[in-house]
Write a protein that binds this ligand. Structure first.
Ligand SMILES: Nc1ncnc2c1ncn2[C@@H]1O[C@H](COP(=O)(O)OP(=O)(O)OP(=O)(O)O)[C@@H](O)[C@H]1O
Length: 235
């Protein structure tokens, strides 16, 4: 676990003119977005407005039909599937609505798994997994299976897993969507605290305006475009 010392306003990831088409439908219509170092950026907007598509395009899961995704010196949109997959594994972390933990593996094994797959030796991977689980208040639960954890605990394991390889950007798609309000707030706080510990930026898609209001910045998407100047956190 490293302490981040990244200047607050530096852009770590940017999308320019992003467009993505599904059949006849343009899910993104030429949107510009930037993610700054160390921030928690909320993407809000109505259902079907293109939030998840935006997240997937920024994260290199989907390739845009038009536009550029720039991460450091790399044009993510121009990388091959293999290179994008490598980039995701090394530089990005992911938290989804349901933790998507491997049911047969313990909490500790779930967190260590991506490290092992990335070539880290078992001892280091296990140590890092334990450290992150402890940081997320899950000390003593290392040997539990996902089915033996509450929804909030499982999401914190998912956060530990997303953080363990020290990613630059964490992408979270409705990470609190399956949780009650209080657990959701605690989970979001845990995610933001974890990211601030390492200096990672967080991009979070959410329907929850209260949760968005607590993020460092909010952008609103409407019909596949960033609704610039919109009072995204109002009401
Ligand atoms: N794989 C796909 N094939 C066809 N259409 C798709 C696909 N994925 C998304 N869409 C369409 O693209 C538009 C944007 O979808 P997206 O999931 O990005 O929206 P969203 O804002 O995340 O929605 P929600 O808040 O409901 O999750 C929607 O009209 C959706 O139906």
């Amino acid at each position: 676990m490293q302490q981040g010392h990244i200047p607050a306003s530096r852009t770590v990831l940017a999308g320019h003119g992003l467009a993505k088409q599904y059949g006849e439908h343009w899910a993104l219509g030429g949107a510009d977005i930037e993610v700054r170092a160390g921030e928690v950026l909320a993407i809000v907007g109505p259902s079907g407005s293109g939030k998840t598509t935006m997240l997937h395009v920024l994260a290199g899961i989907l390739r845009p039909d038009r536009g550029e995704v720039v991460f450091g010196a790399r044009r993510v949109d121009q990388l091959s599937e293999t290179k994008r997959s490598e980039l995701r594994r090394h530089e990005f972390g992911f938290v989804f609505q349901q933790g998507m933990l491997v049911g047969e593996l313990t909490a500790e094994e779930n967190v260590a798994l991506p490290l092992l797959l990335g070539g880290t030796d078992r001892r280091t991977a296990t140590g890092t997994a334990r450290e992150w689980l402890a940081a997320l208040g899950l000390g003593g639960m290392e040997q539990r299976l996902p089915g033996q954890l509450s929804g909030g605990q499982a999401q914190r394991v998912a956060i530990a897993r997303a953080m363990a390889h020290d990613p630059k950007v964490i992408f979270a798609d409705e990470p609190t969507g399956a949780l009650d309000t209080r657990t959701g707030e605690a989970t979001m706080r845990a995610l933001a605290d974890s990211a601030s510990r390492t200096g990672a930026a967080v991009v979070v898609v959410t329907h929850d305006r209260e949760l968005a209001a607590r993020c460092s910045r909010v952008v609103e998407i409407r019909d596949g475009l960033i609704a610039t100047g919109a009072p995204a956190v109002a009401g």
